[in-house]
Structures are given as C-alpha cells and as structure tokens.
Design a protein around this ligand. Sequence first.
Ligand code: HEC
Length: 321
Amino acid sequence: MSKFKINRFWSVVATILVIYGIVKWVIPAVSRNITSLPFPLTVPGTLVFIYMALTCVALFALVTFSDEFLEEFWAPIRKMLRGEYTKAFRLLVLVAVPAVIGWQVYDITVPKVQLPSSLRIQHPSSNFPKKFEDMKNPFNEPSKDRVTAFIEQVKEDEITFIPQVQKDIDAWKEEADPDHTLEFLPQEPVKKLLAELKAEKITEATAKEALHQIDLYEGRTLYAMNCRPCHGDSVAGDGPMADGFKLRPINFTDNGTIETIVEGYTFWRVMNGGPGLPTEATPWDSAMPEWKKNLTDEERWKIILAEYDLAEKTPRIPESE
Ligand code: HEC
C-alpha cells in the first residue's frame, strides 16, 4: 500500500494555517449563512488566541510523542540552517522570519489614527440658550387671574376650548344637550366644580384643579394629533410610525429621558426638533420635527404638561432653585 506522506514539519505548518483559516474566515462565513445577517459574525480575538494556543499544545504533544517524530520535525529546519537548501534560501528565511515577526509587533503596537467612535448624546446642550433653563410650564400653576376668569366663565357657562377640540365639543353639546359644557369632562375635580356651582359656592382650589384637567385634556388631544404617530399612545416611543426610524422616537416613560431634563430644555427640544440639535452631536438623523413651525408656544406647553402626566414623570428642577 503506497502512502502519501508529508514531512512532520510541513504537516505542523499546514495544520496551523488550516485551523487559523477556519477560525478566521470559515466560521464567520458559515455564521453569515446561518444567521442571514448582512454581515459575518467574527470570532473574537481572545477566542482565536485560545483556539490557536490549543492547536499548538496538541501539535507540540504530537511532535514530542517520540524521538523519531521529533527528529523528523527538526530535520528540515536543521537542513535549512546548514545551508543545504542553498545559502540564499537560508539568508532569505533568516531575514524573512524576524522581519515578519517585527512587522506584526509593529502593527499591533503602533498608535493608529482612527475616527473617534460616535457616541450619541441624548441631551446635548452646547447650543441650548440659557434663558430657557429656568423656564416654567405656565400651565403647571395657573395664575390667580386665570383662575378668577375661569370661575366667571364656569358661572356663565362660556367655556371655550382650543379650536382643535371645540368642534367636537359643540357636536357633543348638540347631541347630549347637557346642563353645562363641562359635563363633557368626566374627571373628579370637574364633577366637584359642577357640584360647587350648583350649590353656588365655587372655591378657588377646586376651580384650579378643574382647570388643570382641562389643560391636560387639551394637551393630550394635541399630543394625539401631533406626537402619537411616533411617540405612541402610551408615550413609550412605540407609535405606529416608530418602527420606520433608525433612531427611534424617545420613550418618555424611560428613566433617562424627559425626567432627567428641566422643563425649559424639553420645551426647547420640542420647539427645534432634530434640526435644532448641535452639529457635534451628530450623527443624529433625528426625525423629530421642528414644532415651532406648526404649534404655538401655548400648544407646546400644554403638550408637555400632558406628556409628563402620561409618562408619570416630573421634570428635573433647575439648578437655580
Ligand atoms: C416623526 C416622528 C416624531 C414625531 C411626530 C414627534 N417626535 Fe419627538 N422624537 C422623535 C425622535 C426620532 C426622537 C429621538 C431623537 C431625538 O432626540 O431627536 C424624538 C425625541 C423627542 C424628545 C427628546 C426627549 C429627550 O429625552 O431628549 C422630546 C421631548 C420629544 N421628542 C417630544 C415630542 C413631542 C412633544 C411631539 C409632538 C408635538 C413629538 N415629539 C413628535 C420623533 C418624533
């Protein structure tokens, strides 16, 4: 039986090269086939090191198995060193081996020019105008004048809503023929206010709470009309359009979002959207629209009021307080 036999030295070299090739290129290629991802899953460097170290241990055990094996392994090396393959070849090997090792060491240790990895900053503030810092949502604490005027309106039943909801409320009034417009809102503070109206002893505290419910209602409506497609019904950034964006709309219920910023910042962000973000914060690719173009200050504050309320969060308190 004729048996093809290659020298042990070359079989060791070939085994190392084949295993390295498998780990470095074959496994990533197969992974790509299995996962159908658009990129291969590379084997981590430490794992490559472990595979190669194990290969070397196994080959060392094989070569040193007997004196005969060891002799066979050394033979080509000794022959080369003695110049038996020609002196030029010996010179080539003696120059090439240190050169390759030296080049590898140089390549690993040389400082490289690399683009800095672009970390996304969720709340960049370099172009955030200071005057917004201490801004307060005017709808958090309605002024005394506003409450007094509201009480008068309640008494006269002359409450008007934002135009976006007025038509619906008018239509409802046509149909339901209520005793008072505010019956439209079923919230407890509003009911209490109507009871006080009947008894003719409206208190400022109740009026204030009912007014807050109206503001929230209007804010929620404006939110549903403008923000819901992206930020979602539950303000969790899961609106019907959300999946279409690489940079997802923010989940306001998440602890790291609107809770960690002052109200003035939220107002400024909603006002200027993605285009208003500073350039050093790129790549932003933010789909967040510039709401100052389509919503008034008042509308935006009402939405923000509803946004924090729906998310059950409170804004950060400005440093100055
Ligand atoms: C077209 C989709 C879209 C719509 C509509 C939209 N947003 Fe956004 N919004 C985003 C995306 C995407 C982000 C995340 C990127 C960013 O921070 O700019 C975001 C971020 C935000 C942030 C920043 C939150 C933080 O913690 O930094 C706020 C606040 C916000 N949106 C409020 C609103 C409000 C209020 C409305 C409605 C008036 C609205 N958004 C409508 C897409 C949208």
